[in-house]
Design a protein around this ligand. Structure first.
Ligand code: PFF
Length: 461
């Protein structure tokens, strides 16, 4: 569409969608969720859910986006199903909520880059004091939001695509190097076993729904980000193979980063099953970089946190793009105005999250759910609502919409453009079966039980 820009090539779309997917969710959040979820059992559920539930929904989102060339609200209106644009509205709310706290964590990553560049490896031990210093973190987060808004205001093809193409492979190589290093350390194997050999007694319903939420979050699914990006995919591109590549790239980064972290945690003799939470990579990694010696430690450590910040940036860009595309398409608001207005709003929504890690007692111990043994911070609370509840709900609605409202043959016809052998293939049968039966039934059940379990302390299983 004129004026909206587009990706210059098929690789451009894959790189940008993978850029959206790969971010703090893989490197910061995945390892600490694994440690809270009992290790390999969580990893197994996460991988299973991605293949069975997330993948078909990913294709559906991209197909809806490419078909309509619209934002997540306009897409449903355009197809003639105005009521279903509730999916897009939910998605936009979700994007605002996620970006509000994501930007704070991105500020931590950027702050760590600056600290480690100056040789301050002690920052690992000072993580709590660092996050409680809301002025400093507030400045870093502001800088991060400004950078995000600047890129989004430049339009989709020039900003997002260029950055992803160079930085993602660099991040992958650095991660591979660190994995190899960490596996050579004494005691690392204890961590590898914890990470790879499942203890099935650890599988509880909570482990299952946090693994599902992690899958959706990590792949940027369930909130229309891929509807928005799908609208930029060429009609001749094969979206099934694109989706496979995005999924594999995202899973690889998560799995490598978990492997690295558990090898490192074990080699330092720390508790693998820590309930440590959000500080995991920030407390463990600086000490590891210090062991490289001051020069190499600064180079590798600074590169790591800088690349993590860039990975976060390609994700924040996609998070901001969702509400912006909506405002620009539906209300014909000037793109720059939409970008800067939304960025400001989201920054304001994020202020309680900025204060939720020691900055204010109220936001740090924000809520205690019925039946929970500890309180949750405001930031955790937003994650529980957005990642673990809204994203799978969005996925559920997208699967029902695609199979029963839009209808499977229309869905197939869209995929078949750019993939001529799709109709009648085994790929089609599997995707139809999962989108019509598996996704609605499993996601529907998990959604209801999650709400009961998490927010009301009612444990039915
Ligand atoms: N997938 C991103 C990550 O794992 O860091 C987070 C994210 C980006 C979620 C974009 C949702 C989204 F629409």
């Amino acid at each position: 569409m004129a004026g909206r820009g587009g990706f210059s090539s098929k690789f451009g779309f894959i790189a940008a969608a993978a850029g959206s997917a790969v971010g703090l969710g893989n490197i910061w959040q995945f390892p600490f969720k694994v440690s809270q979820g009992g290790g390999a059992a969580f990893v197994l559920m996460y991988v299973l859910f991605i293949f069975i539930l997330c993948f078909p929904i990913m294709i559906a989102e991209i197909a809806i986006g490419r078909k309509t060339q619209k934002n997540p609200v306009g897409a449903f209106v355009d197809m003639g199903f105005k009521k279903w644009s509730i999916i897009g509205i939910l998605g936009i709310i979700c994007g605002v909520l996620i970006l509000s706290f994501y930007n704070v964590v991105a500020g931590w990553a950027f702050g760590y880059f600056l600290e480690i560049s100056q040789g301050n490896f002690g920052i690992g031990k000072e993580f709590s004091a660092f996050t409680a210093d809301t002025t400093t973190v507030g400045i870093y987060s502001t800088m991060f939001m400004l950078a995000t808004a600047f890129i989004v205001s430049q339009g989709v093809s020039s900003g997002i695509e260029k950055a992803s193409k160079i930085l993602m492979p660099t991040l992958l190589f650095l991660l591979i190097g660190l994995v190899i290093y960490s596996l050579t350390l004494d005691g690392a194997m204890r961590g590898v076993e914890y990470y790879l050999i499942p203890d099935f007694s650890k599988i509880t319903f909570k482990v299952a729904y946090t693994a599902l939420g992690q899958g959706f979050f990590s792949l940027s699914l369930g909130m229309g980000a891929l509807i928005t990006y799908g609208s930029y995919v060429g009609k001749n591109d094969n979206m099934v193979s694109s989706a496979v590549m995005i999924m594999i790239a995202d899973m690889t980064i998560s799995l490598l980063s978990g492997l690295m972290m558990f090898a490192l945690i074990a080699s330092q003799g720390l508790d693998l099953n820590s309930k440590g939470g959000a500080g995991l990579i920030f407390t463990v990694l600086p000490g590891v970089f210090q062991n490289f010696g001051s020069v190499l430690g600064i180079i590798v450590g600074a590169a790591f946190f800088l690349l993590l910040s860039f990975a976060a940036l390609t994700s924040t860009v996609s998070l901001l793009e969702v509400p912006v595309a909506y405002l620009v398409d539906e209300y014909k608001i000037n793109r720059k105005l939409a970008v800067w207005g939304m960025a400001l709003l989201i920054f304001l929504v994020g202020i309680p999250s900025l204060y939720a890690n020691g900055g204010s007692d109220f936001f740090t111990n924000f809520i205690t759910y019925p039946g929970a043994d500890a309180s949750s911070s405001f930031m955790d609370f937003v994650g529980h609502v957005a990642n673990d509840t809204f994203l799978p709900l969005g996925g559920l609605l997208i699967s029902i919409f695609t199979a029963y409202v839009w209808k499977k043959h229309n869905f197939s016809a869209e995929i078949a453009q750019g993939n001529p052998t799709f109709v009648g293939s085994w790929q089609e049968k599997i995707i139809h079966f999962t989108i019509s039966y598996v996704c609605p039934s499993i996601l529907g059940t998990i959604f209801i039980l999650t709400v009961l379990d998490r927010f009301f302390g009612v444990k039915l299983i």
